[in-house]
Design a binder for this molecule. Structure first.
Ligand code: IDP
Ligand code: MG
Length: 138
């Protein structure tokens, strides 16, 4: 099934000049970018995006980190895009991520782990609409 998923290249990966390598990995895995925007998230925007994690102990640190520098927000399209992207990303903790995954290659810590990726088709729809209008998707 052709699906869409939302990805974010997080501030740590932008800072270390990994944007190009990460987009190359998406394209190599058959995930076609259909929208790309570089932006700086306000703290409130990061809090809204991660609202499901509101009660988690790391919520304040996470949203401070996500608003600490520019990010690249992308919509990726392809067969089984949600799962293909989750597999390509690797485990949340880069130390536990499989070799060759984005987080193993570019993640710095369990928090600064290089990328976000939607975890279901349903959440992908919500996350895509958080950042993009339908008319912005190529
Ligand atoms: P995921 O990004 O692999 O789906 P989630 O559990 O949805 O992981 O967590 C969202 C984000 O919150 C992670 O990508 C990471 O940046 C941060 N995070 C998750 N667990 C921890 C933690 O234990 N300490 C600090 N930050 C965390
Ligand atoms: Mg998640």
């Amino acid at each position: 099934m052709v699906e869409r998923t939302l990805a974010i290249i997080k501030p740590d990966a932008v800072e270390k000049h990994a944007i190009g390598d990460i987009i190359r990995m998406y394209e190599g895995a058959g995930l076609r970018p259909i929208a790309i925007r570089m932006m700086s998230l306000s703290k409130a925007c990061a809090e809204g995006f991660y609202a499901v994690h509101r009660e988690r102990p790391f919520f304040n640190d996470l949203t401070t980190y996500m608003s600490s520098g520019p990010v690249v927000v992308l919509v990726l399209e392809g067969a089984d895009a949600v799962k293909v992207n989750r597999d390509l990303m690797g485990a949340t903790d880069p130390k536990k991520a499989e070799a060759g995954t984005i987080r193993a290659l570019h993640g710095a810590s369990i928090e600064a782990n290089a990328v976000h990726g939607s975890d279901s088709v349903e959440n992908a729809k919500i996350e895509i609409s958080y950042f993009f209008a339908e008319s912005e998707l190529g």
